[in-house]
Design a binder for this molecule. Structure first.
Ligand code: SAH
Ligand code: SF4
Length: 358
């Protein structure tokens, strides 16, 4: 019978679900805490001798190859380091053979993981390598958690004294298009008895999925919100971000204002500068008008090269920044990280679907 049921990743189970699985197997739910700690804090189930005999027996009977439960441990297909060794990029193979990219960035002693939320992306932003590959599928919560566990293992092995402190959902995919799985994963990642990254150290970057932004606002979601704006008029934005036909600029700014009002939180506005498209002083002034009265921090991102886009990086970034600063907005440049390993913004692409695991 068990063979006919779909297999379940232990990382897809919240604490209450772990309790109910143990209860169903007639194992005391008292053991749920030990199992949670092993999964989320230690990131592994070995050695099984660390567990009480009833839990050990359950793990042996229920978890592993051919059994009901499994542990998401993606396989490292390739690993690349930037020349300054501060950025490490991993191409990770998921259980069905699809690959995603996960990046570990360390600077000023602070380590940040950049994880993917989907294989590919449906939003099609013209300058983005992930957008250029199209949408393949959503990731499960367990597959998002497993990426974070992977970079924690890397850090533990290379710099055991360092802790992963920050997380950004800026890898492959649009996190608010995969809302439920992303939020479930983040709740586990932020849990103090597990990975324990504070919610204020977790950023969700969205292309502007308005229903997702409003849902974060109404649910009082504790994570930081970053909105990739890139255009100050409907036409300017639509040329770079096709999704803006679905959620127009006016509607997006209104959603951001609602989010600000309901949560009292600052929003991070991301702006990839493309020469001749969105880098003029008039655009900067229009952007300042659009955002007037909002608590925002503007992050300017230098365009990273991708094979499917002929746009050119802007040289007018500092003048653009001055206009926004003069209007009273905090405005900084995103540090360029990992360009030489194509781990920069928008360069993540796992085109290979490796045949082995079909
Ligand atoms: N889907 C989400 C998060 C992933 S993309 C989003 O779009 O926000 C993370 C950031 O990288 C976004 O701000 C995106 O606009 C930016 N980006 C994508 N391609 C880029 C490129 N080629 N150069 C610079 N920034 C890019
Ligand atoms: Fe998707 Fe973000 Fe890339 Fe746009 S920039 S295609 S939303 S991953």
């Amino acid at each position: 019978m068990i063979e006919s049921l779909p297999r379940i990743s232990l990382y897809d189970l919240g604490f209450a679900a772990i309790e109910s699985e143990l209860r169903a197997a007639e194992v005391s739910t008292h053991h749920a805490k030990a199992l949670w700690r092993a999964l989320h804090y230690h990131g592994e189930l070995e050695p099984t001798s660390q567990f009480s005999p009833p839990l050990q027996r359950w793990l042996e009977s229920a978890v592993g190859e051919g059994k009901r439960f499994f542990l998401d441990v993606p396989e490292v297909v390739t690993e690349s380091h930037s020349s300054d060794l501060l950025t490490r990029k991993y191409l990770l193979r998921l259980g069905d053979g699809h690959c995603v990219e996960t990046v570990l960035m360390g600077y000023d002693g602070r380590y940040t993981a950049c994880v993917s939320s989907q294989v590919g992306c449906a939003m099609g932003c013209v300058f983005c390598a992930t957008g250029q590959m199209g949408f393949v599928r959503h990731l499960r919560a367990g597959e998002i958690i497993a990426q974070v566990q992977h970079v924690r293992r890397v850090l533990r092995n290379s710099q055991p004294q360092r802790r992963l402190r920050n997380l950004v959902l800026m890898g492959m995919g649009e996190p608010l298009h995969n809302y439920a799985a992303v939020m479930q994963a983040l709740d586990a990642i932020a849990n103090v008895r597990g990975i324990n990254i504070g919610p204020s150290k977790i950023s969700i970057s969205t292309v502007g999925v308005v229903p997702g932004i409003l849902r974060m606002a109404s649910e009082g979601s504790p994570y930081r919100l970053a909105v990739s704006l890139h255009g100050s008029t409907e036409a300017e934005r639509a040329a770079l971000v096709p999704a803006s036909k679905q959620w127009g600029l006016g509607e997006l700014i209104a959603a951001c204002r609602t989010y600000g009002m309901l949560t009292g939180r600052r929003i991070f506005i991301e702006w990839t500068l493309v020469a001749g498209c969105n880098d003029s002083l008039e655009t900067a002034a229009r952007l300042a008008d659009l955002l007037s009265g909002m608590d925002v921090h503007i992050n300017l991102i230098p365009l990273n090269p991708t094979s499917g886009f002929g746009g050119v990086p802007s040289t007018a970034g500092h003048a653009f920044q001055r206009v926004l600063r003069a209007a009273g907005f905090p405005c900084t440049f995103r540090q360029r990280r990992g360009i030489d390993v194509t781990a920069g913004c928008g360069q993540l692409q796992a085109a290979k679907r490796l045949a082995a695991v079909e």
